[in-house]
Design a protein. Structure first.
Length: 178
């Protein structure tokens, strides 16, 4: 499992990708996120990585169409990065396939996402995300994991209008001063 710092770094990289923005992360060990870089680059993000920083720029709508399968620990696609990457694919061109072979209940957040207009179909350990042009605002509930609540926040960043996220105590538990 990734450390909380690495999970936060992956989330912030995906926040820049979903908003067609840019970010520079410092004081993160770039080697800990190496499995995520090809995924972000396939989505159309440009990255600059040095020994002490990670810079990401994503000026265009992300590209979907990838298959992500979690069937082993790092360096294979990190399971803890699945939710923020899935957030980006909700507004990406094309469809993306996720296969979860580590945790059975990985897609609990999908129901809340559909309230914002995301098109996610789940069946067992498989999720298919069909990218939409825009998400819309909604009131959604953060369930039990901090990262799921934060990923709802990512989708709210990409949505038209003002979204409301309830039960943020779960986010506060995992992300100081988010």
């Amino acid at each position: 499992m990734l450390s909380p710092t690495v999970i936060a770094a992956a989330t912030y990289l995906c926040a820049a990708a979903i908003t067609k923005g840019e970010i520079i992360l410092r004081q993160v060990n770039p080697t800990h996120l190496a499995a995520l870089y090809p995924v972000l680059e396939e989505m159309g993000c440009q990255m600059r990585i040095t020994e002490d920083l990670i810079a990401l720029t994503c000026r265009e709508r992300a590209q979907g169409g990838q298959k992500r399968e979690n069937n082993a620990p790092i360096p294979v696609f990190p399971t803890d990065s699945q939710a923020p990457v899935m957030a980006v694919t909700t507004v990406a061109d094309g469809s993306s396939l996720f296969v979860e072979n580590i945790f059975e209940s990985r897609y609990k957040h999908a129901g809340q996402l559909s309230r914002m207009g995301a098109k996610i179909k789940t069946e067992g350990r498989v999720a298919v995300v069909e990218g939409v042009e825009r998400l819309h605002s909604a009131t959604v509930q953060c369930t039990d994991l901090p990262r799921w609540g934060l990923h709802l926040s990512l989708r709210a960043l990409a949505a038209d209008g003002v979204s409301r996220i309830t039960d943020i105590k779960h986010i506060d538990r995992g992300y100081e001063k988010f």
